[in-house]
Ligand binder design. Structure first.
Ligand SMILES: [Zn+2]
Length: 309
């Protein structure tokens, strides 16, 4: 691991970690109205980014810019099918390229909103693009036209944005999947865009660890009254998903803490900290191995954090 490492590098991942599939080629974003003025944009290809937008009297707020210029344009086409009001705000739910590379394709008058940890990492765009290449089947043409666009508004804890008759809140509850995970919340609709924080039957502590993820989700569920989650990489979900995440990360936190206290080496910990039945897919499910790799990744990140290695 290089000393000036800022974004992820595949060399640091365990061999059984299946890379993300984010190729947007032929992806269609379907508009789904969740409440008056509140729209999810759901990708036709599983795993490829969802997005969304909220319409008020004065303008529109978009959640996430997608991975490429054509996908960012498609988001704006979907907005234009609903309203001709200006896109006032664009919120990035984290710094990863699949959420930010499309920023440059939004009009100059759109204000880009990022958490300060996201804003610190977005400038490492070349490194992030190198990391993303295997996730788009090696097709570097997908990133044609992508240019670095810096944020206009950087926040630390939360923001309250008034679109005119419609309030949108932007919250950071702590690191989870990334350092700057951002929740975009519409209080009157009880809808929250959760970015990469929600990603399957349990979360992926990609750039944190189980204890940190647990604390972040705890703050989230205590602070906001949510009924509908719009995850970036899985279908719409109910708030009960967050309850499952609390349970899962509690299990991993307790088990890995005990393993470190007992002096187990990493390999033994990876073998012995089980993925409990509740958080395992049936063995004949094609994604069972994929999720096992995710669990082992969470265990490893947590072990390294607890053991100070
Ligand atoms: Zn993502």
């Amino acid at each position: 691991m290089s000393r000036n490492k800022k974004v992820l590098e595949w060399a640091d991942f365990p061999a059984d970690f299946v890379k993300f599939k984010l190729n947007p080629t032929r992806a269609h974003l379907e508009t789904k109205e969740l409440a008056p003025g509140v729209y999810a944009l759901l990708s036709s290809i599983p795993g490829v980014d969802n997005a969304g937008f909220v319409v008020g009297d004065r303008g529109v707020l978009v959640i996430d810019a997608h991975i490429s210029v054509p996908m960012a344009r498609q988001i704006q086409e979907r907005v234009r099918e609903v309203t001709d009001k200006p896109i006032v705000y664009l919120v990035n739910s984290n710094y990863h390229g699949d959420h930010t590379f499309g920023n440059c394709a939004f009009p100059p008058e759109t204000l880009v909103v990022q958490h300060r940890r996201t804003a610190e990492l977005v400038p490492y765009m070349d490194e992030e693009m190198a990391f993303m290449i295997p996730c788009v089947d090696g097709d570097s043409k997908i990133f044609e036209g992508v240019e670095l666009r810096l944020p206009d508004i950087v926040f630390a804890d939360w923001l309250r944005l008034d679109l005119g008759g419609r309030i949108v809140e932007v919250h950071h509850f702590g690191p989870a999947n990334t350092p700057g995970d951002t929740i975009t919340y519409v209080p009157e609709a009880k809808v929250a865009w959760t970015g990469n924080m929600t990603g399957g039957i349990f979360g992926l502590a990609l750039e944190s660890n189980a204890a940190t993820f647990l604390a972040t989700v705890s703050r989230f569920v205590n602070a906001l009254d949510v009924e509908t989650l719009v995850p970036a990489h899985m279908p719409l979900a109910g708030a009960d998903l967050l309850g499952r995440y609390l349970l899962y990360f509690t299990e991993v936190t307790i088990a890995v803490r005990a393993a470190v206290a007992a002096g187990w080496p990493l390999e033994e910990t990876l073998e012995k900290v089980p993925q409990s039945e509740m958080f395992s897919l049936p063995a004949d499910d094609p994604r069972a191995g994929f999720m096992r790799g995710r669990h082992r990744y969470n265990v490893q990140k947590t072990y390294l954090a607890f053991s100070g290695k």
